[in-house]
Structures are given as C-alpha cells and as structure tokens.
Design a protein around this ligand. Sequence first.
Ligand code: FES
Length: 129
Amino acid sequence: MGTAGGIDCRWSARNMFYQTEKDLMPAVSPYGALSHRMFALFCQMGKVIKDGVEIEVKDGDSIIPACEKLGLYMGCTEGNCWTCLVDVIEGGENLSERTEAEAALGVKSKERLVCQCRLKGGTVKLHWE
Ligand code: FES
C-alpha cells in the first residue's frame, strides 16, 4: 500500500489513473461529472451477483464493497476470522488466485473469503446466508 500525491495507489497503475481522474475532474471542469461517467464507460466492469441482484465491480478491484452492498458483513478484512466466507456458485475462475490466508484456513474449493478476492473480470455468482 502506498500513496502518490495523496492518492491511494495500492492496486495498480490503472486504478491510480482512475482514482486521479475521479478526484480531479469535478474540480477542474464544469463537465467533470459527465467526464467521469464517460470515463467509466471505458473501464472494464464485471459483476458480483447474489440471489439475482447484480453489483458492478471494476476489473481488478476488491469485491468487498459490492458484497457489503449485497448485505455481507465483513470482519477483520485480513483473512483471519471467516466472517466473509461465501459459496461460489459460478465464475470462480474470474476471481483472483487463492491467498495464503485462504489456504492456511482450509477454505474449500467452492468457497472463498471475500476479503481476499479481487475480480479479474467477468461475472461471479456468490451465495451466503
Ligand atoms: S473478513 Fe475476516 S476473513 Fe474476511
């Protein structure tokens, strides 16, 4: 994790560019909000789906915010507590590789810890109670 000019750049250079554009455009242009929406059209977006409800996630981003919007309670967010354990119904290949934390906890093949997942692209269907 780190910052560049106060901008969170922990995920990727593309994410940093996105963050920069989002932060600066409304301040420098009366068309900033519209420009931001147009920029979003060029970002690759995937989806997290639970019980038919879809939330868009930018490729490469964590799925935590989407799952929270879908009602999942998060705990430690570091792979220690199991609070975010979910069943993967479809699209498991669209999630980032399993982390050491998931392996150490013995997370089964059709399960994932949301706090350890990023969406590579495409769609993933999840379920939890
Ligand atoms: S929130 Fe604790 S393991 Fe994911």
